[in-house]
Design a protein around this ligand. Sequence first.
Ligand code: ADP
Ligand code: MG
Length: 391
Amino acid sequence: MNHTNQKINNNKEYFISEFQKHFDGIPRIFRAPGRINLIGGHTDYNEGFVLPILLNQYTTVAITPRNDYQLHVWSENMNELLTFSIKDLKPNGNWSDYIVGVAKELLDENFLLSGANVCIKSEIPIGGGLSSSAAVEVAIAKGFLSLVGNTMNKSKVARICQRAENKFVGMKSGIMDQFVIVQGKINHVLFLDCRSLEFEHISLPTDNIRFVVCNTKITHKLGASAYNKRIIECEEGVRLLQEVYPNINALRDVSLRQLTNLKNTLPNVIQRRCYHVISENERVIKSAAAIKQNQFALLGNLINESHDSLRDNYEVSCNELNIMVELARELPGVLGARLTGGGFGGCTITLVETEYVENFTQEISTKYEQKTGLIPEIYVSEPAGGAFELV
Ligand code: ADP
Ligand code: MG
């Protein structure tokens, strides 16, 4: 524990000096982690359940105030400085939308921003399905709030960031990413009801099991339009199901039996999308129970079923994700593997017995490279805590 604190303190001087390469003054510093979703793929925008954990990889925002209603933002990852007038914030169709969107949402909530200098640096792979987008939103939201008196509760911060992504970026993503990034707890998984936002931190035993993230190195560039298409298909499913079950509001409200009753009347694609979401919600609930009872073989099976359903029913996997998952499942000590995040590229999550982790990371790297010609990145994650200020 002391060791971790020590490391964080050291980082602070580093981030201040990075900031001072671009701006004057001593900034406040905010860090927001990336996330992986153990299970619960594409359930959040269907008002269902998810089970994410946080990674020990962060996006860091260093910030000082300005009084001239200018926003000057340097991104180390983009190697670019962009400037804006706070009085005229609109989508620009580039990386700044995630930052400007959050500023705009805060202004619309009557937080009186008068400008800022901002320096951003991310350790989270960008476009890799670990939600570098929500991490940058949450870190910048905390930064802006620190300039105007930080009074907003965590759930509201998550909502503001989600709205920024929905409205400014046009990504109609659910609440999971932003919510876990503000609320996640070290060595716990977050069991979240995306309708009520009620949540439970479930303790994860850290001795016998490791969560290993394998980055296919395929970014999900084409994912946004396909992602939004899935949302439209789910909405269409709800509309058709409402003709028979008028009381449902979201796929969250539909049972597998109700869906099966209408199997022959729904268009095949819509039926399969609905089947995935409804069965996935059941798997999330079973997974939460399995973790509480230390039943990791069962959790592994549910994770495998989740991937297969995302691949076959929801059709958001891709060749490289399937290869990574298949290779993982053949290795010793592996309990389950699935794609994590929205799909179409990015990362997989594999549940591995601790004693096999070293062998796993070596074998999967070699085998994936042999099969695809791509060199993957492997992260053995220790579930981290939520976004925080470095003090
Ligand atoms: P993911 O969230 O899976 O990493 P997204 O496509 O949702 O992928 O979000 C990636 C986008 O978020 C980037 O293309 C960029 O616009 C923005 N972004 C994330 N991190 C940074 C950063 N450090 N600096 C600037 N923009 C960033
Ligand atoms: Mg994202």
